[in-house]
Every structure is written in C-alpha cells, then in structure tokens.
Design a protein around this ligand. Structure first.
Ligand SMILES: [Mg+2]
Length: 311
C-alpha cells in the first residue's frame, strides 16, 4: 500500500449498503460516502476528490448511470475510476455501465475478497496514472513544472481572467549569458546553476496561484493570475533580487560577477485588447528582448516600464 491512504467514495442510497462496503475497505482506504448521485458529483468536484468511486446503479433522483455519465463528461472528474456496485446482474446492464466509461462492475451479493481485489486493482492503476501525469508535466532537472504544464495552465487562466475580468500577468525570464557559463564551468555546473536559479525563483513566488515553469534551456516563465502591472513589477524585482542573492560566481558575465537574469513582463487586463494567450507570450518576449538590449540583469514591462539598475 502507498504511504498515504488512497480515498474511496461509496455512493448508495441505502446506508446499510454503504456500511457493508465501508467496513470492508476502511482499513486500507480513507472512505467518503454519499447517499445520492447529486451529492457524489459535488464531492468528486471538491477539494479532495476520491481516487475511486463505488457507485450504486438504482437510486432515486439521479441514478448511477447518469452520475457516471456526468463524472465522465467533466474534465475535473473524468480520470476518477468508477466501479458499479449493483444487484442488477443482467449482462446488458453490465455492458451499459462499461460503455459509460466505468472501470469495472461488482454484482451483489458480493464476495468480500473480490471487492477488495477489484478496488485494489483500480486504485493501483489510478495512482500510477497520476504519477505518470505528474512526471509528464514536470521538468526532470529542476523539478518545477515544464512547458507543457505551463501551456495548459495559461489556457485555463486565460479563460478564467476573461470570465472574471481579472488581470493576468506573464513573465519571461532568461539567465544572462548562460552559454558562456556552461562552456566555462561545464555542463554539470550549468545544471546545478539552473536548479539553484529555479528553486530560488520558485520560493519567491509563494502564492499558490502563481506558476513558475522551465520553458526550455535557460528560459523560465512565470504566470501570475490576478496580478496587475504594479504587482507584476514587484514580483519581477523580487525574482531579480532572489537570483542576485544566490551570488553564484559568473566569471564570464559582462553584466555582473555573479549569475543574473533578465525579465520581460506583460499584463492582460479587462481594458487591454489582447487577442489570445500567444499575444501575451509574444508581448512578454518582446519586453524581455528590450531588457536584454538595455544591458540585462533588469526587468522591462511591455508598457515601457524599465527597472532601475541596482548592481
Ligand atoms: Mg440503490
């Protein structure tokens, strides 16, 4: 079993049925219960969604088939495996459940050993899938989110910003003169530099809504939801300072005796007509170019704001 208990949600309109399954599974899993399909949907979309749902078919109101259909239609709950638990033992019912995307089927009266085995199989599979998903969205070297994760998050936050009328800021960040650093100190030291810079910046962006990702090579990107130009400027200055404070020696830099970054920022607000996430990225990239042109180790915003030089 994994160190942290996986969570199984049992959905059944009969509390005695819930009790029977819960008593079988509560040693190995954290148990959530719901006595209706409606309630199950709310809980599955909540803060701590289950890793598996055991779903009764015959329930008043929203039945198990309907509940399953809605779980599978919603991006947020689609990946949670569903096992139907039912007294219906007709082959057609089983087929219907599986066609709706259910992972498995348990008929009542059930054998405790078989319930445990089927639950264990699905939970193991789910945890593996989650782990692979996490790995596929993470940069292997710096252990911060990768470009794929960033692009997903940008699409989500762009939609949210448009709905809520909230500003959305984006920073493009480059380590200054990284190629000479790599050539001079070697790739091992270069990797270490990338990790240290990534960690220092990740610690600086402490709000859970902010996302720092490695965009490729020595390029990073930060997405700052709900952040206007002023907030964006403060965060960018903090990032510049966090990297300077590492005091990683850089003998070949003509910017400073230590490793520095250049940052370009752009802000989408309800007032600025920006057509899509790509234009926001392009604006931040253009601002980054200006920060480099002006001598690096500084921040430039698309609006024309440029940071004062501090070292
Ligand atoms: Mg029932």
């Amino acid at each position: 079993m994994p160190e942290k208990k996986a969570t199984v949600m049992i959905v059944d309109d009969q509390p005695t049925n819930i009790h029977a399954l819960a008593s079988l599974l509560k040693v190995d899993y954290r148990i959530l219960t719901a006595t209706s399909g409606e309630r199950a949907l709310v809980m599955a979309r909540g803060e701590s969604p289950p890793d598996l749902i055991l779903l009764d078919i015959v329930m008043p109101g929203m039945d198990g088939y309907d509940t399953c259909r809605r779980l599978k239609d919603d991006e947020a709950t689609r990946s949670i495996p569903v096992i139907f638990v039912t007294a219906l033992d007709d082959v057609e019912d089983e087929e219907k459940g599986l066609n709706l995307g259910a992972a498995d089927y348990i008929s009542k009266p059930f054998s405790p050993a078989i319930v445990r085995a089927r639950v264990r199989n699905q939970v193991t599979l789910k945890l593996k899938t989650d782990m692979l998903e996490k790995i596929s969205l993470q940069d292997g070297l710096t252990e911060i989110p990768n470009r794929r994760k960033f692009d997903q998050k940008l699409a989500e936050e762009w939609g949210r910003a448009r709905r809520d009328g909230q500003p959305l800021s984006l920073l493009m960040i480059d380590i200054d003169q990284f190629k000479p650093y790599n050539d001079h100190y070697g790739h091992g030291a270069g990797d270490e530099c990338l990790k240290r810079v990534a960690q220092a910046m990740a610690q600086t962006l402490s709000r859970t809504s902010d996302l720092l990702a490695r965009y490729g090579g020595e390029e990073f990107v930060a997405l700052l939801p709900g952040t206007d130009e002023t907030g964006c400027r403060h965060l960018a200055e903090s990032l510049l300072e966090a990297v300077r404070s590492l005091q990683l020696p850089h003998g070949l830099s003509d910017v400073a005796p230590h490793v520095t970054v250049s940052i370009g920022g752009a802000t989408h607000s309800a007032r600025t007509p920006k057509t899509n996430p790509e234009t926001l990225k392009k604006s931040a990239d253009d601002a980054l170019y200006l920060a480099k042109q002006a001598g690096r180790n500084r921040y430039h915003h698309e609006s024309g704001y440029a940071s004062p030089i501090t070292d």
